[in-house]
Design a protein. Sequence first.
Length: 414
Amino acid sequence: MNANLIEPPPGGRKIRYESGRLIVPDEPWVGYVEGDGIGVDITPPCLRIWNAAVKKAYGGRRSIHWVELFLGEKAAKRYAGQYFPDETLRWMKELWVSIKGPLTTPVGGGFRSLNVSLRQALDLYACLRPVRYYRGVPSPLREPERIDVVLFRENTEDVYAGIEYAAGSPENEKLAHFLRSELKAQFFEGAGLGVKPISRFGTERLVRKAIEYAIAHKRRSVTLVHKGNIMKYTEGAFRAWGYELAQREFGSVTVSEEAAARLPGGVAPEGQIIIKDRIADIMFQMMLLRPDEFDVIATPNLNGDYLSDAIAAEVGGMGIAPGANIGDGVAVFEATHGSAPKHAGKNIVNPGSLLFSGVLLLEYLGWDEAAEKIHLAYEKTLADRIVTYDFARLMTDAREVSTSAFADALIERL
Ligand code: NAD
């Protein structure tokens, strides 16, 4: 049984989702979870920045009415030890749009990651990770401004299905026996076994989201990243089903790279989105050597896990990489880093990841003007060399400030 501890503020109204579209009032209720560890350091300043940007963009005509929701340690204190209260899940569904700070995965006691549980409970099947460069951010690349990609990572299948059997367990032995005797599979004795499901259904809904995003944001291409040369019936099928979906549902606005090459001049007609594919390992090289050839990326779970962090590192690392987990209508935006307990409560960490997740949220609401104000003010703040400690140590002439002072400086520049 859950208590009713969640109180929406007066004045706001619910967002609705009808016929595949979000209907956003001028004073929407939007959920937020402060988060564990450094959540207390980054969430309040980010709320200040988002509110200030909305005010600046719409002069009081629009405002977000934030509804505090509880997950993780703060939830456990309020809901008698529950880290993942049903009431929060219910509200996340009802509000459609929420944002969350990082959550500590409690150690021991067989806890699953709260983030993974949340994605499954709300069927948030697409993990969205945009990666672009902001002028002034320290980067290991010579030309980091060539990176501007949006990665869609599948969130429910592949290794996230969690179908694994430990070596020596009765389940493992049963499965091993079946595989050897019925399917004539060969592998060493005592191997741990995992199953990697990738379905047409899971692939299609992810690739559909990626193509819809590319159309809405006037992107040039969607790249299917897979390891189909080795895993033909899972990753290879992802590739084949992705192309088929693009052709079947978006045939009038997309063209495959192969078909485009056969056209006169070998280029796609103006405005058509190119659908291409690359093998995962090559993709890591490409994102270092020729990143501007890529735009929207759609990929199964494990490739996406590796690739999104690697690309984020090219433009300033996890401190500023934003993220979102999106299903049909329901979306939970989130900082991509963890709760960094050793820094908690010190008011020193970089609010960038949560801040830009909020920018994505504003874009999801269709409030692009407010989102753009934050992008511009962030660049101005960096141009003035005002940064938190993590960037300061990579720069020579930085003015190192606290998390809250960084928020103040950014708000001044909105
Ligand atoms: P972490 O991301 O919390 O911290 C790793 C290091 O990254 C930190 O020590 C710090 O140096 C740096 N860092 C992280 N965020 C930063 C920021 N905003 N500004 C500056 N530096 C930053 O990873 P971890 O230590 O492996 O995990 C800690 C806890 O967070 C674990 O319980 C883990 O399960 C959880 N976690 C949660 C999420 C999430 O909520 N999305 C993601 C990853 C890890």
